[in-house]
Design a protein around this ligand. Structure first.
Ligand SMILES: Cc1cc2nc3c(=O)[nH]c(=O)nc-3n(C[C@H](O)[C@H](O)[C@H](O)COP(=O)(O)OP(=O)(O)OC[C@H]3O[C@@H](n4cnc5c(N)ncnc54)[C@H](O)[C@@H]3O)c2cc1C
Length: 405
């Protein structure tokens, strides 16, 4: 084997690590280059949907995700003003459509750790940390990648293909001149974590959305560092107050007071401020450079779709790469990848995450009531209830993609 007879994966987040695992399990050598020394533990993805768990079955990863995570069978919507639950959804209605009629709440860095531990068993896998990719030549027969280590040294690697799983600011995408059209929300989002038990206090489910025209929010349970449970709130940050103001104890306490007066005295363990975008790359492939995950599309976190759809990209791509490697397909199959994943990222992930946000924040009273009423009717009607879940768990997206040739 020549050293270029391999795939380079840029980035060791969830998408890069899971894609690497699928490839090495099929005998394809992978070199993974990651800029950071460690996987960040900042609060990001927590929800793994049914469609993703089904995909993870195929690479032997779902059992560990389920074992370390929390099974979230239900999710609910409440009005902030009255605290009334106006719609509740039950993933059990997906029985027969998926092996996993529930979502699993597990922190993204733990999902990455599961994949990375499994990768250690493969001698044709190598992870190089603190290798920040700074140059990419996309040639006719191979790619040449240059990384930089903290000592300033440059390192060159060649491979047959590179998969850019290097996140929203993807160097791979930018180096290929691929546009990233879309928009950035005016408001920022803040994530706050505490040990306050919302389930005990007021029968919250493990996934909850609170509608309010000024201060919508969400409440989610995650296993937390010791596995005993931790709760996360996500709030919008409206206005231009600087980061030190909106991450201050006083600012966060005011939000908690407004939405959850009974959680007023809870200790805030973690806070993180994000800028949020909705963007889809103009192409998921250029020659030997392929994009998957946040490098290809980014969205707001409402509905938990970014990592889930990214993992589906990576596993779709891995399947096609295996065919090319074995001579069963030529590389025009990567155009099929683009056709299967790119338009559907718009149709499902972008559309649903935007709609989820609009539902929670609807300002016009009449419009808001109409949306809430619609959601209530959807939850109350068994057929519509199931159809809603087929979309929100991304099962419909997976099926529609599979039907595209
Ligand atoms: C608050 C919040 C909550 C969220 N909740 C959910 C959820 O519940 N469910 C869900 O599905 N999604 C959720 N998301 C989205 C999810 O976090 C992302 O979609 C996910 O991280 C994408 O994974 P990735 O592997 O594509 O990219 P990333 O996780 O961003 O990983 C990219 C990796 O590439 C590395 N890298 C970058 N540049 C280079 C370079 N030049 N050279 C080498 N390495 C490089 C980075 O260091 C990083 O490790 C949430 C996001 C946020 C912010």
């Amino acid at each position: 084997m020549s050293v270029s007879d391999r795939v380079i994966i840029a980035g060791a987040g969830p998408v890069g690590s899971i894609t690497a695992l699928a490839l090495v399990q099929k005998g394809i050598p992978v070199l993974q280059l990651e800029a950071l020394a460690e996987t960040p533990t900042a609060h990001r993805a927590a929800t793994t949907h049914s469609s993703t768990l089904d995909l993870l079955d195929g690479i032997g990863m779902s059992a560990a995700v389920i074992e370390q995570g929390l099974k979230a069978r239900h999710f609910q919507y409440r009005y902030r003003e009255t605290n009334e639950v106006f719609a509740e959804f039950d993933f059990q209605r997906l029985e027969g459509e998926t092996n996993h009629p529930y979502a699993v709440q597990l922190e993204q860095h733990k999902t990455v750790a599961i994949a990375q531990n499994m990768l250690k068993a493969f001698s044709h896998f190598e992870l190089k940390r603190e290798h920040n990719i700074v140059a990419l030549e996309n040639g006719t027969d191979q790619v040449r990648v240059t990384s930089e280590t903290p000592d300033g040294a440059k390192h060159d690697f060649t491979a047959r293909y590179i998969i850019g799983c290097d996140g929203g600011r993807s160097f791979v995408r930018k180096s290929q001149g691929i546009d990233f059209p879309g928009f950035t929300w005016e408001e920022r989002f803040i994530i706050v974590a505490s040990l306050f038990d919302y389930e005990k206090a007021d029968k919250y489910r493990y996934r909850n959305y609170i509608a309010d025209p000024d201060q919508w929010c969400s409440v989610f349970k995650i296993p937390g560092p010791d596995g005993k449970g931790m709760w996360r709130n996500l709030f919008p940050v409206i206005g231009n107050d600087p980061e030190e103001v909106v991450t201050s104890e006083a600012w966060i306490r005011a939000r908690l007071d407004y939405c959850f007066p009974y959680a007023r005295d809870t200790e805030i363990i973690h806070r993180n401020l994000y800028t949020v975008h909705q963007r889809v790359a103009a192409a998921f492939r250029k020659g030997r450079a392929l994009l998957a995950g946040d490098s290809a599309h980014i969205n707001n976190p409402l509905g938990g779709m970014g990592m889930n759809s990214g993992i589906a990209d990576g596993l779709n791509l891995a399947e096609k790469l295996v065919k090319v490697w074995r001579g069963e397909a030529d590389d025009s199959i990567f155009d099929v990848y683009d056709r299967q994943r790119r338009p559907l990222a718009q149709k499902y992930v972008q559309a649903q995450s935007i709609q989820n946000k609009e539902t929670l924040q609807a300002a016009d009273k009449a419009k808001a009531n109409a949306r809430f009423e619609e959601l209530r009717k959807t939850a109350d009607d068994p057929k519509r209830h199931k159809a809603f879940l087929m979309n929100s768990s991304l099962i419909n997206m997976a099926r529609e993609a599979a039907a595209i040739t």
